[in-house]
Design a protein around this ligand. Sequence first.
Ligand SMILES: Nc1nc2c(ncn2[C@@H]2O[C@H](COP(=O)(O)OP(=O)(O)OP(=O)(O)O)[C@@H](O)[C@H]2O)c(=O)[nH]1
Ligand SMILES: [Mg+2]
Length: 255
Amino acid sequence: MTQVPAPGSVVVSDWHRCKDSKDYFSKILHKKRRKNFGLLESPVMSPLNAVDTVQYKIFISGKSGVGKTALAARLAGLNIPNMHYETTGIETTVVHWPVKLTENGRVLFFRLQLWDCGENALRRFDHLLPSCKEQVDAVLFLFSFTDRTSFEDLSNQIKKWTEPPLDRVVKLVVGTKYPFENIDLFMHCDVAEKDVRGFQMTSGLPVLRMGGEVSDGLGDVAPLLNCLAENLWHQDCVTVGSGSYRSQRETATLI
Ligand SMILES: Nc1nc2c(ncn2[C@@H]2O[C@H](COP(=O)(O)OP(=O)(O)OP(=O)(O)O)[C@@H](O)[C@H]2O)c(=O)[nH]1
Ligand SMILES: [Mg+2]
């Protein structure tokens, strides 16, 4: 398994707060909200300031009701569903995210295709999992802070995604329904911080926390998207054996 890079060592953390990122982030925003891109659309920069795009496939794993569909919506800047409607097959969502590399200051657009498959559908239909695994670049393993069994099941979930040829897959853990200032979630919190820290130490995987209301800003999704981009880029660099690897995934900037 590729080693996890130190946060901020590959991509600039909190770049969305820096002045020089404004031109890039304005391409994924419209009236201060996230822009909706069609299937063939992508952010367009001026020809003088063209930026390469790198594409990745991300699978979201976790038991039913843990918040996979809600996370995909949140990362794309959409409202999260209030009710739990079971996802009956595979749904994909595309997220565009600009990133600045610390090594050389180069900016890239990450095009992340999130694959969200309802857990019950996955169990019922055998053909779904192979499609989800095919050429996958990263897996987000979800547990819910309000459901202890989802946390206890993490090791089992991760094991299923560790055998070759899946060893070159970025793995991140995401704790959903984290009680950031939310008294309701706080009352139902079933996973202690010390248990999460213990898991992080033994597994060696980054653990991110998600919860609270969807905000208009980028602050709630930036830590996860930057961490994902950082690990994906690092994995590509290690695969090719050079820190300044120009990814084969780069596509010409789409019109
Ligand atoms: N308050 C809060 N509720 C959340 C959050 N994430 C998910 N939920 C709620 O949890 C419930 C289930 O979320 P879903 O995203 O539909 O669950 P799922 O993992 O996609 O479930 P399946 O499709 O059945 O596999 C919904 O009622 C969401 O509103 C969160 O971060 N905060
Ligand atoms: Mg779902």
